[in-house]
Ligand binder design. Structure first.
Ligand code: 4NP
Length: 164
């Protein structure tokens, strides 16, 4: 059997945006019966929140959406840059930081929003619950577009038997 497709979501703190994206993506995989075909995680470029649970607002959004999963924040490592096939970053600043620190991520790191016509996922950390909910809707739509893309292109682990 093909090895799993490895997907890492990255933001600054790994307590709001990237856990929202990870939760949304995990939920999509469950809905499509693809959980076994993927290895999914998230990380932050910063270490300030490492070891902490996700932001309570993000947790509430994910619970409300049926997408909650246990999460402990962590900082992205060079091993991540080597291991993951797709490193989907929330904004330009963090994408620059990923590529500056880990040249190994070249060709694998990109903005998540590239799959939804471009742009960035704004930081809801200094906003309120509604900002967090809107960030979820944004990352959920982008994750759906990303997964559609993988399934269409028959990426390893998602190709249908006999498919291209
Ligand atoms: P995230 O949000 O990158 O979406 O997890 C933030 C979390 C923490 C901080 C900034 C953004 N912070 O400055 O501590």
């Amino acid at each position: 059997m093909d090895r799993p497709v490895r997907v890492l979501f990255v933001c600054l703190g790994n307590i709001c945006r990237s856990p929202l994206a990870e939760g949304a993506f995990r939920k999509l995989l469950r809905e499509r019966g693809l959980e076994d075909r993927f290895q999914v995680d998230s990380a932050g470029t910063g270490a300030w929140h490492a070891g902490e649970p996700m932001d309570p607002r993000a947790r509430k959004v994910l619970e409300q959406e049926g997408a909650y999963f246990p999460h402990v924040a962590r900082q992205m490592t060079r091993e991540d840059a080597l291991l993951y096939d797709h490193i989907l970053v929330m904004d330009q600043e963090n994408l620059r930081e990923v590529l500056r620190r880990f040249p190994e991520a070249r060709g694998k790191a990109q903005l998540l929003m590239d799959y939804l016509g471009g742009g960035e996922v704004g930081d809801p950390y200094y906003g309120d619950f509604q900002d967090c909910l809107e960030a979820y809707w944004t990352v959920e739509a982008a994750c759906r577009a990303f997964l559609d893309h993988l399934e269409r292109d028959g990426s390893p682990g998602t190709a249908s038997p006999g498919g291209a």
